[in-house]
Write a protein that binds this ligand. Structure first.
Ligand code: VAH
Length: 315
């Protein structure tokens, strides 16, 4: 049966690049992208619909119009913005998910992708090589909503046999689409500022190690998970996925190898530091490696090289 995909939240950092990969794979005519506002650009053969994932009847009409076999739900409010509007973050991140889960059951949608995050871990989770299963006491409303969302995904799978799959994304680094309101966004801002002004005042402290992943790896890993036969999927909450871990000081040193005059400084206080301090420094992704042979390809040197080369020519 031909795959037809609806992506909700397609204008975001991950959605915009995942949509491109899905169009290449399934044909632009079989990928319907959607978001709450028009995209910046849309090619002739690309399909886009305005949708508010919190409007369940509009969402049902969208699903009935296109009859998708797969739905990717990427609409979410991230960690830093969520702390400014916690009630809105909970509403969007949880009720948006519930609408998609219930409509998938009602309309028989075969496969769902929903992103979780390493934000589900908290100060009492193991800091290094954080396990798939461990204490999870998230301090951000984003992490709380993602942890609750994971429990919903596992519940809907076991109770209704819904084929929903999920990845706990680390911080995602990319150059094509500006990120929106994340704590890990420094790892993108630093490249833009280094090229524009030769300097960057980092909002996280020098030794704040965080798990990160390059966008190419994130997109490939997501599609590999969605391609995996259902019987091989052993995790129905959300898979730990790791790329690499580094600190602001380490990425600054890597940038200086290409931009020797780059100067890094650190702000005295930023509320995002407390969020970052509650997250793991590195992730154990052995379940992903076992279930679908996950393997990241980008390290800090290749990320730095690719980011600078592309930002120089495309931004
Ligand atoms: C954020 N980029 O910073 C997201 C991500 C692990 C971090 O979930 O909120």
């Amino acid at each position: 049966m031909k795959e037809r995909i609806i992506m909700i939240g397609a204008n975001g950092q991950i959605g915009s690049e995942l949509a491109t990969a899905l169009r290449s794979r399934f044909g632009a005519e079989n990928v319907i992208t959607s978001d709450i506002r028009e995209p910046h650009a849309l090619k002739e053969d690309e399909i886009f619909e305005i949708i508010n994932v919190l409007d369940k009847s509009a969402l049902k009409s969208l699903f009935e119009k296109y009859k998708p076999t797969q739905v990717y739900l990427l609409a979410a409010m991230l960690s830093a913005t969520g702390e400014k509007y916690p009630q809105k973050a909970w509403d969007l991140n949880i009720n948006g998910l519930l609408h998609v889960l219930d409509l998938a059951l009602e309309l028989g949608i075969k496969k769902i992708f929903w992103p979780s995050s390493i934000a589900v871990f908290g100060p009492h989770s193991p800091k290094q090589y954080t396990d798939q299963y461990c204490v999870m006491d998230p301090v951000s409303i984003y992490g709380v909503s993602k942890l609750a969302g994971e429990r919903l995904c596992e519940y809907y799978h076991h109770k209704y046999d819904l084929d929903i799959r999920s990845i706990r994304y680390p911080g995602i680094i990319s150059w094509k689409t500006a990120p929106g309101g994340g704590t890990t966004d420094y790892a993108i801002d630093i490249f833009i500022e280094a090229l524009k002004h030769g300097q960057y005042a980092c909002f996280l402290s020098a030794n704040t190690a965080l798990p990160m992943l390059y966008m190419e790896d994130a997109v490939r890993g997501t599609i590999e998970l969605m391609d995996t036969p259902s019987e091989q999927i052993s995790i129905r909450s959300s898979y730990n996925l790791a790329g690499l871990s580094f600190t602001p000081a380490e990425i600054a040193e890597e940038i200086k190898k290409i931009l020797p005059n780059f100067e890094m400084s650190y702000v005295d206080y930023d509320p995002r530091q407390a969020i970052a301090d509650s997250w793991p420094a590195s992730i154990d992704d052995s379940f992903a490696r076992k279930d679908w042979s996950w393997e990241p390809k980008f390290d800090l040197a290749s990320i730095t090289e690719d980011m600078i080369a592309n930002l120089k020519t495309n931004v």
